[in-house]
Write a protein that binds this ligand. Sequence first.
Ligand code: NAP
Ligand code: ZN
Ligand code: ZN
Length: 347
Amino acid sequence: MLPTRGYAAKDATSLLEPYNFERRDLALHDVLIEVLYCGICHTDIHQTRDEWSGAIFPMVPGHEIVGRVTRAGSQVRRFKVGDLAGVGCLVDSCRVCSSCKDGLEQYCEGGPTFTYNSFPTNEKTPTYGGYSSQIVVDENYALKISPKLPLANVAPLLCAGITMYSPLRHFKVGPGHRVGVVGLGGLGHMAVKLAAAMRAEVTVFSTSKSKEQDARRLGAQDFVVSTDPKRLASLLNRFDFILDAVSAPHDPNVYLNLLRRDGVMVLVGASPMPLDVHAFSLIPRRRQLAGSMIGGIRETQEMLDYCADRNITSDVEVIPIQKVNEAYERTLRGDVRYRFVIDMKTL
Ligand code: NAP
Ligand code: ZN
Ligand code: ZN
């Protein structure tokens, strides 16, 4: 076993603190990755506080991981020692169901193994995430990272980036489409950059007036304070596609009513409380409401390559791991532009 240092939450009410544990020895197809940077996703906050229930403690969160391969199993083909590598939200799946065969491991019918807070098939030890010195992962679930881009800014692509890229691609968003992004946080700011790169016309809906300049700099053509009823009324039936990346309870009908006929709204934000959808927000214009979860391994690689080609990365504030609890509080207050990333050499 491989002694590993990390930060963990002991239970749903405690702060994260140093925690030592062991990683498995390398199997034939495993790589050992020294974690260099790990992003802080709002999911880490939901999970360590058990807001979605089912939390496994102690929990080492973190699924926006960029690092360097330090050891490789004897059958590893895609990586060699010294290569950069990324790990996102998935570290395994059944590999035989129709979703896995389609490269949609995130929808694996038996349930994928998530990077943390998850039990690998037939194992009693849960997975532990990227707030740690190193991680062992099957090479088929690791991503190639280009050395071209600053690594701290690349880390959030592994969750925030792919979570927005996948629905934009699935629903074929492209030039001239009117796209709304609700909630300018870690996910939302990646949605703006990616949709703008796909030459959509982007409008940001935000509760924070102070984010307007940023929204425009990130690529939005319009910015709407979501508490302004007059502005909202002027935008009814206008949008082709809306991505809702809000982390807390809110009224989805406000945005559904902005969709044109056959428009689609995709919910990616995972509020712990149910959202009320009115029948007449959907029925009269045959509007669609969908969900979407991260992306498969193949599509995550496609997104990383797409971003490397176009110099797209996340706007980050790099912090030492000792500030992780403060970063959680600041994320909850909306006081981050737009993603905290932990510099793991401070561990
Ligand atoms: P984040 O950085 O905290 O951003 C969330 C944004 O939501 C905030 O910046 C804020 O934007 C808005 N917001 C927060 N509280 C609000 C409220 N009470 N009412 C209205 N708007 C509010 O979080 P994130 O990391 O982007 O994650 C967003 C959500 O997506 C989380 O629930 C997370 O678990 C989920 N998630 C889902 C997937 C998936 O695969 N579907 C993947 C990753 C994360 P403004 O200041 O602009 O209003
Ligand atoms: Zn995430
Ligand atoms: Zn499967």
